[in-house]
Design a protein around this ligand. Sequence first.
Ligand code: PMP
Length: 349
Amino acid sequence: MPSEVLQQAKEEFTNWNGHGCSILEMPFTGKDFKEILHQAKMRLRSLLNIPTHYQILLMHGGASAQFSLAPLNLLGNQTCADYIETGHWSCRAIAEGLRYCRVNIAASSRENGFIRIPLQDELQLNAKAAYCHYTSNETANGNQFHSMPESGNVPLVVDMTSDFLTRPIDVARYGMIYASSQKNIGSAGFTVVIIRDDLLDRASHITPHVLHYKAQSEANSLINTPVTFAIYLAEMIFRWIEAQGGLQAMARNALARSSQLYRAIDESNGFYSCHVLPDSRSHVNVCYTLKNSTLTPLFIKRAAEHGLVNLGGHSALGGVRASLYNAMPEKGVTTLIDFMHQFSQEYQR
Ligand code: PMP
């Protein structure tokens, strides 16, 4: 979270906008919260240039719920969907997709340990697929699509949870985009779904009402109580991104932060290494290992003593992961690089 946003939230916490009450105490049906929701959606629409024939839904259940909600809402009469398998989170989406339809793995980098993003000409797409799903940034594996895959007439569905709002995108080339809020939209609580109008009417009849895209779209995402506080924070984050120069600025910063760190890893004489191939490396989650892996717990502990916290890799993969979301100041990266240098000097043999 940007410190300016946390500070403002702190100041307003008990008395929002001079109303004598906290956001936490406001009814979601009242005009004040509805105005916050309206502003949040408007600012998001403007940041991403979302065309008018796309709806913005704020859903419950995290991005993981979308692993089931995409097939439930989008399969229509079709029985198959394409999935591109690039790491931990796309595997989770595939496992859930398999409960609802035939999954065609259009491409996979599993054989290489997910160290690269498949190329466009490797994709074996099924023209009868209801949609083609991919994960734009694999948060746990540290790989990222730097250009979006093409899926022809099949709607492209993307899990953008960890790189949402880190760069400009062309929304009109997607059928649906989803991202949960806890990375670049502020605090945990909701999932943004951006969906093209013509895909709203394909849901299976067993889709729960509160998780039904069309129903939520018609109810302005207010079928039931939304996470009001997280939406309030998101609106402030969108304003903060605007003030920083928008998504172009976010992309520049993400590239500057991550390339400094990859350079430090690549120039460490093998003390640290990143297995992801250079063209596929994430600008958001930098995942790397220590040559002597027995030193990893000590590295993480010593880093924390330097104020560099949460550097452990994903629980399924281990190693080290520096998550460089939008609010990470450049100083965070330079401090980490200095620490890595000191640590390697001390333990290099
Ligand atoms: N997809 C990606 C790419 C993620 O990084 C995460 C969370 N780290 C998820 C899905 C799951 O998100 P949630 O916890 O909101 O269900």
